[in-house]
Design a protein around this ligand. Structure first.
Ligand SMILES: [Zn+2]
Ligand SMILES: [Zn+2]
Length: 271
């Protein structure tokens, strides 16, 4: 791995360290590109507060800080600015508008703003209206169907460069139902050339993802597969032991891992 696109910052309230520490760790581990994709702010109606994501007030500082570091480290590593974002149909447009309008101008005159998005569907529906965490164990056909609907509709916007932990959904019902829905997800990603991520944080911390059942389907469908660190501390940025774990997991299916993403225009939605 020479590129990691899945990196958080302290602004999401559950990650620690400074951006500089993450970048220095990336350099130490031989990365040529480090993409920051913190949990996106989201525009919600009413008083709903989502506690695992960046607040609207922090977007400018996120862009500015990373823009300045991008200039400072330019000769050593490519820094990209993005977000890990859900597809919530009701508020997607407004949220993209917010991300675009917060773009900053650096003292050099260069712009610092949104460069890419990865799709991480942490809740089904629109989050605020049902508050169903995607990783909650469930045997419900409807819940799995809604997760896949969110993700496939998200793919079809053309805004996302990759799907983070596509197998976050924690369906513990029949294999037949799981296969039916998740094959739809994999086929949609394949048809739209959006790679799927093997999530190293989930792998290392024994979460319900990566789920071997899902990767059986991916092998059959023939998707592009990439590793994502999902770093919430500097030590997680391309840590050699984490990468080894990820490569061993991918080797079970013989995946030919990709290293670089073709970055989709995050504002493609408005075209
Ligand atoms: Zn997180
Ligand atoms: Zn995530």
């Amino acid at each position: 791995m020479t590129r990691n696109y899945h990196t958080h910052t302290f602004r999401c309230h559950h990650a620690s360290g400074t951006e500089r520490e993450y970048i220095e760790e990336a350099l130490k581990n031989g990365l040529v590109l480090l993409g920051f994709s913190d949990h996106s702010p989201y525009v919600f109606p009413g008083k709903y507060y989502s506690k695992f994501r960046m607040s609207h007030d922090d977007i400018s500082d996120y862009y500015l800080t990373l823009g300045l570091l991008r200039e400072e480290y330019r000769d050593r590593i490519d820094i990209r600015i993005g977000f890990e974002m859900e597809y919530y149909p009701k508020q997607f447009r407004q949220t993209l508008e917010l991300m675009a309008e917060k773009e900053q101008t650096l003292p050099s005159g260069e712009k610092a703003g949104l460069q890419y998005l990865i799709l991480g569907q942490h809740f089904v529906g629109n989050e605020y209206d049902s508050h169903e965490y995607s990783g909650m164990p469930s045997v419900s056909d409807r819940y799995l169907g809604r997760y896949v609907e969110n993700v496939t509709e998200g793919i079809l916007t053309g805004c996302f460069s990759c799907i983070a932990h596509p197998d976050l959904v924690n369906f513990i019902g029949s294999k037949k139902l799981y296969d039916k829905h998740m094959r739809k997800l994999a086929e949609c990603a394949k048809a739209n050339s959006v790679p799927l991520e093997i999530n190293l944080l989930g792998l290392h911390t024994n979460r319900n993802y990566p789920n071997p059942r899902f990767w059986d389907i991916v092998k059959e469908v023939g998707n592009e597969v990439i590793l994502g660190c999902d770093a919430h501390t500097a030590a997680d940025v391309a840590s050699p032991s984490l990468l080894q774990e990820g490569e061993a997991f991918a080797a079970r299916w013989g995946f030919d891992l990709i290293d670089e993403l073709r970055l989709a225009d995050p504002l493609n939605y408005f075209k």
